[in-house]
Design a protein around this ligand. Structure first.
Ligand code: AMP
Length: 190
């Protein structure tokens, strides 16, 4: 197997995490979720975790430097020629996308696809409020959810044009059953 990278783009609640984990199993990729990495830091009460928690609870983004440093450290641990990654929830800003582009070029990892999962905002809020009940995530309350949507629109949505210009962006309808959406994703990658 050779190097490969896929990016999962889409608003909070679009279903990136669950779809990504199935795609990783079937394509032998490692899922790198910056949100999960940050929640790990919060749980372990590291300095990074303490600083990140306030921002996460408010639905704001953690600084680009911190995020890029975290991702770089993770990728540099991998053996050359065996870097097969799916990025979930990263990049979220143009600066992160630029840094990722440089890192992938340096490590000779081709970006084979950027998958944008599209779901209307009202449906997203509904799903996130349900996740709040099921999982009890501290950033899944309505006020934080609304702010995360705004942050997505302001800071992350510009990546749609960014990757459209660069080529590998595929838009996928995120409404439907898990299997329906998964089939659309694999077709988009084919
Ligand atoms: P997620 O699990 O991807 O929804 O992320 C949860 C929270 O972690 C976000 O609302 C941000 O506060 C923070 N976060 C996760 N990934 C990033 C990122 N790539 N850049 C900045 N902040 C992030």
């Amino acid at each position: 197997m050779s190097n490969e990278a896929i990016i999962f783009l889409g608003p909070p609640g679009a279903g990136k995490g669950t779809q990504a984990s199935r795609l990783c199993k079937e394509r032998d990729l490692v899922q790198l979720s910056t949100g999960d990495m940050l929640r790990g830091h919060v749980k372990r009460e590291t300095e990074l975790g303490k600083a990140a928690k306030k921002l996460m609870d408010a639905g704001e983004l953690v600084s680009d430097d911190v995020i890029i440093g975290m991702v770089r450290a993770e990728l540099e641990q991998k053996e050359a020629g065996q870097i097969r990654m799916l990025f979930d929830g990263f990049p979220r800003t143009i600066a992160q996308a630029e840094a990722l582009g440089n890192l992938l070029a340096e490590l000779e990892v081709p970006l084979v696809g950027v998958l944008l999962l599209e779901v209307a905002e009202e449906e997203l809020v509904k799903r996130l409020l349900k996740r709040a009940q099921d999982q009890g995530r501290s950033d899944d309350n309505e006020e934080t959810i609304r702010n995360r949507m705004k942050v997505y629109r302001d800071q992350t949505e510009p990546l749609v044009d960014y990757y459209q210009d660069k080529g590998p962006l595929k838009k996928v309808d995120g409404l439907g059953t898990f299997d329906e959406v998964y089939t659309r994703l694999t077709q988009a990658l084919a």
